[in-house]
Design a protein around this ligand. Structure first.
Ligand code: TRH
Length: 348
């Protein structure tokens, strides 16, 4: 089979924030650019996409508004529903009517929990149509689909010029001993509580707030705060590369922080009944510095007292495990590669 120019429909229902659109856009771009698939991204709310990729109308993905009332369309060879969103019934019927039924994937949320291994690639036959959907889980080991990582990642990173980045955002040249930190978190984050301790740090701390609504920077003791614009998704990595420590959240920025191989703190998406804390601990249990990170990560996610001085003192010991973890992840195939491989096997 000629796999070039294979047609793929990705369906994305935006629940909130940027992650749903962000993950779908990243995957869609990679399928189009690296595998030359003809990808349509059906999204019910394109607003977050316009911030993540202001030039999204220019390609390489064919962006479509997923309308409330579905108008018939010819289903693609590969159909990906993101995060268990429900496909239009008429589209599913049209899938079943194709001579060669599409490979149908439900791309799930990222989790480090052990049960993922038992559910990854599980079939879910349609109750009455001749169709089988498969669960596909991103993850951190060979029993999952891996993480999204573009093949030009290393090239982009080696071309990155920290001095240029600082100049673009009017950050002064790096001071000796400076700690450069980025913060992307949910509105209930605990920065206000942490600020006095940062302000009394023995070293200068520069805190970047990408996407912040704050109009101007400010200084307090050792701490200077710099609001940055919300960068296009293809540039978000630059922030992570430039900083010594990154606060990230949700799913996609969390994954990118791991590729940056720098110490990071995860603000996990809060769920009912503290289910997110189980996910947080499952990740910590896998990470080589998990035991060192636990107290501060729990505190950042609303548990325990926030002890910035202690965490700051730990930072030098977190550098090597962050690199080790990245190496471990890099040894796995990336999510798009595993997904393509799986779909092609289904289409044989
Ligand atoms: O925005 P998030 O919280 O998104 C999601 C949603 O809440 C979703 O419902 C939930 O299920 C999921 O998390 C787990 O966080 P996330 O996933 O990190 O997405 C943010 C995206 O924004 C990511 O692609 C990086 C991008 N980004 C930029 O492109 N530029 C920026 O300046 C910043 C700060 C982020």
């Amino acid at each position: 089979m000629n796999t070039d120019k294979l047609r793929c429909d990705i369906f994305c229902a935006v629940i909130d924030n940027y992650g749903d659109a962000g993950v779908c856009w990243r995957l869609a771009r990679q399928l189009a650019l690296e595998y030359r698939w003809r990808v349509r991204l059906w999204i019910d709310d394109p607003a977050p996409l316009y911030r993540l990729a202001p030039d999204c109308a220019a390609g390489p993905v064919d962006l479509r508004l997923w309308p409330d009332t579905w108008q018939g369309t010819d289903p693609a060879d590969v159909v990906i529903e993101a995060f268990a969103c429900e496909l239009p019934a008429a589209y599913v019927e049209a899938m079943a009517a194709r001579v060669r039924v599409p490979a149908w994937i439900n791309l799930e949320y990222l989790s480090a929990e052990a049960w993922v291994a038992g559910c990854h690639m599980l079939p879910s036959p349609h109750p009455y149509l001749p169709l089988v959907k498969h669960f596909f889980f991103p993850g951190f080991d060979a029993f999952s689909g891996g993480l999204l990582r573009e093949s030009d990642y290393d090239l982009r990173r080696s071309a990155f010029d920290e001095a240029e980045f600082r100049a673009e955002f009017t950050l002064p040249p790096r001071e000796p001993e400076e700690l450069l930190v980025s913060l992307f978190a949910y509105p209930h984050h605990r920065l206000p509580e942490m600020m006095p301790a940062m302000a009394s740090s023995p070293r200068p701390i520069r805190l970047l707030l990408p996407g912040s609504s704050e109009a101007a920077g400010r200084e307090q003791g050792s701490l200077s705060i710099h609001p940055l614009p919300f960068l296009p998704q293809v540039r978000y990595d630059e922030i992570l590369w430039a900083c010594d420590l990154n606060f990230v959240r949700g799913e996609d920025s969390f994954a990118r922080a791991q590729w940056a191989a720098k110490p990071f703190v995860w603000h996990i998406y809060p769920q009912a009944d503290d289910a997110h804390m189980i996910k947080l601990d499952a990740f910590l249990a896998r990470h080589p510095a998990g035991a060192l990170l636990t107290t501060f990560w729990h505190a950042w996610n609303g548990r325990d007292r926030l002890d910035w001085p202690l965490f700051e003192a730990l930072l030098p010991t977190l550098v090597e495990p962050a690199q080790q973890w990245e190496k471990q992840l890099r040894a796995l195939p990336d999510l798009t590669a595993t997904l393509v491989h799986f779909c092609l096997a289904r289409l044989k």
